[in-house]
Design a protein around this ligand. Structure first.
Ligand SMILES: [Zn+2]
Ligand SMILES: [Zn+2]
Length: 178
């Protein structure tokens, strides 16, 4: 069995997200607001920045986060906030493509006083997995796990763009590794 984040820990995560964004606002002289913050991510990734139902969201994997709480607080939170900052500051204004962990993301990580590294070595043993059938679509940077309903709409032509790298999602994906 694995533990999930409790309410106190979730408030801590929210606090760190807020600190990161305030730090960026001060350093860059901008006025970015908080994206939605959810704890509903499952699977291999500890966090994710995404656009769903027209909302910008930071999603965290509650079970994986709880298992490595301090590491995730120090790494995963700035990692995902940095994706949000890159999207708001570099991609959205000019509909520009960037490398997901390229120079823009690295500069945002440094601004947040976080090491610009991307790999985690968390053990996933015993973590809850999704039961619902998912489909792996791919952009240039990662696999996107898509629910069946959305998958069918996308097969019929609904286009989705990855907001981390700016490329169109394609199916079938070559490999499933998020
Ligand atoms: Zn990333
Ligand atoms: Zn991508």
């Amino acid at each position: 069995m694995s533990a999930e984040l409790d309410e106190r820990q979730k408030r801590q995560v929210l606090g760190v997200v807020r600190q990161c964004i305030e730090k960026a606002n001060r350093a860059l002289g901008c006025n970015l607001s908080l994206p939605d913050i959810l704890f509903d991510l499952r699977g291999r990734a500890a966090g994710q920045f995404c656009l769903r139902q027209e909302r910008l969201q930071l999603r965290f994997n509650s079970a994986l986060f709880a298992r490595y709480f301090e590491d995730n607080l120090a790494q995963t939170v700035p990692h995902e906030v940095a994706h949000y900052l890159v999207y708001m500051l570099f991609m959205r204004p000019g509909r520009k493509r960037v490398k997901p962990h390229g120079p823009e993301w690295q500069s945002m990580m440094r601004l947040l006083d976080a090491a610009p590294v991307t790999r985690h070595n968390f053990s996933l043993d015993g973590l809850p997995v999704r039961r619902e059938q998912r489909f792996a679509w791919r952009c240039d940077c990662r696999a996107h796990s898509i629910a069946k309903r959305t998958h069918l709409r996308m097969l019929r032509g609904e286009q989705r763009i990855c907001i981390t790298c700016g490329t169109l999602l394609q199916y079938p994906a070559e490999k499933d590794d998020s």
